[in-house]
Design a protein around this ligand. Structure first.
Ligand SMILES: Nc1ncnc2c1ncn2[C@@H]1O[C@H](COP(=O)(O)OP(=O)(O)OP(=O)(O)O)[C@@H](O)[C@H]1O
Ligand SMILES: [Mg+2]
Length: 297
């Protein structure tokens, strides 16, 4: 039978001190852990939008609405997305803005997938004008500023100017303080669309996504839209615009055509438009496809 090791009083005290010190070190390490695992803030995107093999289903649905879309745009570019009704244009852009999660594939800003940004940060970097414009009861200024608690008036004015609606707004009885009613009922369809354009531009987001922003615009509104897109490109942003009318393509340098949920063609505007004009049977492979890696910026 082994005898128990004898432990002196000083040894016991030494072990106790060592244990306490270890515990204190552990506590310090544990205190560091939450900081280490929290989402790191990413720098604001400035370089590129990359879409990789993107497939989209509607939330709570299995039906594939968009399949296998890939393209790359660098800062200062704009793409016009064209295609028949029901071809998946709106479904695609819902995934581009993070409203719908991709069922496969990924959308990246400067190489980081949308999921890496907290939703509020993503809201700062993406401006979205949905096909069914939704405005809310409140002042025009509040609607442009997305009801931010403390909106910067100079940014509201900058967005209104970029959307070309400043004169329109000041001609209303209370200017920027004019309340527009539930769903913006006191505005015409074209005016709503232009206020919603200003809202998408508010804060100079890197990526501006416009889903048929011109369906109710008159000629002056279309010109303002063209200027707004050119303005975003000039400041180094990216624009994705879904368009039915070719007038909306005036300010874009790339075009994508969609067919039955798939990318039928993507490339420089003139190439894609002349290809479509020749009505060749969908030779997507013959199109000059722009490099699709973020490294080509
Ligand atoms: N929320 C939804 N749930 C299920 N299916 C949907 C949903 N939204 C759209 N779809 C279906 O997805 C397909 C593509 O619709 P989408 O709205 O993306 O087309 P689109 O190209 O934008 O058409 P349009 O030019 O008419 O706006 C359609 O068949 C449509 O019925
Ligand atoms: Mg649509």
């Amino acid at each position: 039978m082994r005898s128990r090791p004898s432990i002196s009083r000083s040894e016991t005290r030494g072990n106790f001190v060592a244990a306490r010190q270890s515990w204190q070190r552990l506590e310090k390490l544990l205190a560091l852990l939450p900081a280490a695992t929290a989402q790191l803030p990413l720098p604001a995107p400035t370089r590129a939008l990359t879409v990789e093999k993107l497939s989209v289903t509607a939330p709570e649905s299995e039906k594939l609405l968009v399949a296998d879309v890939s393209f790359f745009l660098k800062a200062g570019s704009a793409v016009g997305i064209i295609g028949a009704s029901g071809s998946g244009k709106s479904s695609l852009v819902r995934a581009l803005v993070g409203a719908w999660r991709p069922s496969r594939g990924v959308v990246r800003l400067d190489g980081a997938s949308l999921e890496q940004w907290p939703p509020e940060a993503l809201g700062d970097h993406i401006g979205y004008l949905p096909q069914d414009v939704e405005l809310f009861e409140g002042a025009i200024a509040e609607n442009i500023a997305r009801f931010a608690p403390d909106p910067a008036m100079d940014q509201v004015l900058a967005a209104a100017n970029a959307a070309g609606i400043h004169q329109l707004v000041v001609s209303l009885p209370l200017g920027y303080n004019t309340h527009i009613g539930e769903q913006g009922a006191l505005l015409s369809a074209g005016q709503k669309q232009r206020v919603a354009l200003a809202r998408a531009l508010y804060g100079n987001p890197f990526l501006i996504v416009l889903d048929e922003p011109n369906s109710n615009l008159d000629a002056e509104g279309e010109e303002a839209l063209t200027r707004a897109i050119l303005g975003v490109r000039a400041r180094g942003g990216i624009v994705v615009i879904v368009a039915h009318r070719s007038s909306a393509l005036a300010a874009v340098d790339f075009v994508m055509s969609m067919m039955q949920g798939r990318q039928h063609a993507f490339g420089p505007k003139e190439e894609v438009l002349s290809l479509l004009a020749r009505r060749e049977p969908a030779p997507a492979a013959s199109l000059k496809v722009v490099p699709q890696t973020a490294t080509s910026t």
